[in-house]
Ligand binder design. Structure first.
Ligand SMILES: CC(C)(COP(=O)(O)OP(=O)(O)OC[C@H]1O[C@@H](n2cnc3c(N)ncnc32)[C@H](O)[C@@H]1OP(=O)(O)O)[C@@H](O)C(=O)NCCC(=O)NCCS
Length: 179
């Protein structure tokens, strides 16, 4: 028997607090997750400027000053006749090693609270049609599919190239104030 087996020394259980907060300028490079999302550098910067203008919110799940998860909220929706204004939630992700621990649910619940605080009683979120896990999570949280969308949009990456995204998705909505 090795020393490791005798003392079970190869296992250490650590409890790490996860705190929700809005993004700060220091988060911007960290949101790239060591290169995984460097192509979204411009999108992160632009969203941060929108947050400073009170038009969007970047909600992050913080572990040791690092944003291990986030959801962004569009707070100033386009007004459509006969449709109540909706907060739009997007850019929702949690680092892989932190998934399935309730952090995504916590982010969604805080995003909903923030939407209500900004006077928005409805929320919309898109789930790629092949992302069954995300759709399951949203439906469990009370969202219902109301439309199908081509999911076509584009952005400028960190090298200045235009990148097009075509990801057919379901649009889900929820009435946040149920009483
Ligand atoms: C979607 C995503 C943000 C969810 O984040 P998450 O932190 O894993 O979410 P949660 O842990 O709250 O919930 C996910 C699952 O864990 C379960 N769960 C929640 N709390 C849990 C806990 N304390 N212990 C174990 N499981 C838990 C949930 O029931 C859910 O189960 P399901 O797979 O049957 O639906 C994450 O999977 C992700 O980043 N995916 C890649 C990006 C993406 O697809 N984003 C959505 C774009 S539409």
């Amino acid at each position: 028997m090795t020393t490791l087996e005798r003392h079970n020394a190869n296992t250490l259980s650590v409890q790490i607090p996860v705190t929700l907060r809005t993004a700060t300028p220091e988060d911007l490079p960290k949101l790239e997750w060591y290169g995984q999302y460097r192509h979204f550098r411009g999108l992160f910067r632009r969203t941060f400027r929108e947050q400073q203008a009170d038009r969007r919110l970047m909600l992050v799940a913080d572990v040791n000053d690092f944003p291990i998860g986030h959801i962004f909220i569009q707070l100033k929706p386009e007004i459509q006749l006969g449709v109540p204004p909706h907060a739009y939630f997007y850019s929702f992700r949690v680092m892989e090693m932190f998934r399935n621990r309730g952090i995504g649910t916590l982010l969604m619940s805080e995003a909903e609270a923030q939407a209500l605080e900004h006077g928005l009683e409805w929320a919309t979120i898109a789930a790629a049609k092949d992302n069954h896990g995300a759709r399951r999570l949203y439906e469990r949280l009370g969202y219902r599919v109301f439309a199908s969308d081509e999911g076509s949009w584009s952005y400028i990456d960190h090298r200045g190239r235009t990148r097009s995204v075509n990801e057919p998705c379901w649009l889900l909505e929820k009435h946040l104030r149920t009483v």
